[in-house]
Design a protein around this ligand. Structure first.
Ligand SMILES: Cc1cc2nc3c(=O)[nH]c(=O)nc-3n(C[C@H](O)[C@H](O)[C@H](O)COP(=O)(O)O)c2cc1C
Length: 182
């Protein structure tokens, strides 16, 4: 049994939902899991965990500052155990190279800024809660959607054989620059 800490930041709740889903899967595999918002995660919890997962949405092209601060504060401890980072963004819902590259660049920026190199990175499509947004945010998503809808349609199959649009599939990305790991 491994003791996991899942520490996440969230603006509108979707990253918390993903964190809880990961928790359910890990518990189902017999592990011990603590899941917390980073603002409620003490550094002692990081010390106590065998492995740490950190999650953040991208909001206005940045990770949440409290997640970045959490990583910076715990960088040395994170370097001593297996870690993963999961990111939610609208970009990961768009099946184009420029959107995929953009989503990866946010992760690269976090690695560069904090010096933390997670062992695994997962890029998930975020939720668009359109009816809850104000006029400016709605306009932003309208323009983004208009651009992405010009992309060719894709219909990959999920593992249970159901045909899924690509935007609903997570993209798992191996670590990029941890020395000696690949
Ligand atoms: C105000 C706002 C700004 C956003 N900015 C971006 C962005 O710059 N790039 C992007 O790919 N997604 C962006 N998103 C999409 C979010 O990453 C997505 O909705 C995510 O699921 C939010 O997670 P949360 O519910 O945990 O806060 C934005 C969403 C909102 C509401």
């Amino acid at each position: 049994m491994v003791s996991f800490l899942i520490a996440y930041g969230t603006d509108e709740g979707q990253t918390a939902t993903v964190a809880e889903y990961i928790e359910t899967v890990l518990i189902g595999r017999g592990h011990d899991v603590t899941t917390r918002d980073v603002t409620e995660t003490s550094d002692a919890l990081v010390d106590d965990a065998d492995a740490v997962l950190v999650g953040s949405p991208v909001i206005n092209r940045h990770h949440l500052p409290e997640v970045v601060a959490f990583v910076e504060r715990n960088r040395e401890t994170l370097a001593t155990r297996p870690t993963a980072f999961f990111q939610l963004s609208f970009a990961s819902a768009i099946p184009t190279d420029w959107a995929r590259d953009g989503a990866q660049e946010w992760v690269d920026g976090l690695v560069e800024r904090t010096g933390w190199q997670p062992d695994r990175v997962a890029l998930f499509a975020g939720a668009v809660k359109y009816t809850r947004y104000g006029a400016f945010t709605r306009l932003f998503f309208k323009l983004f959607s208009a651009r992405s809808s010009r992309s060719p349609p894709t219909s990959p199959r999920s593992s249970n054989g159901v045909s899924l649009p690509k935007r609903h599939r997570p993209t798992t990305v191996p670590p990029r620059c941890k020395s000696g790991s690949r």
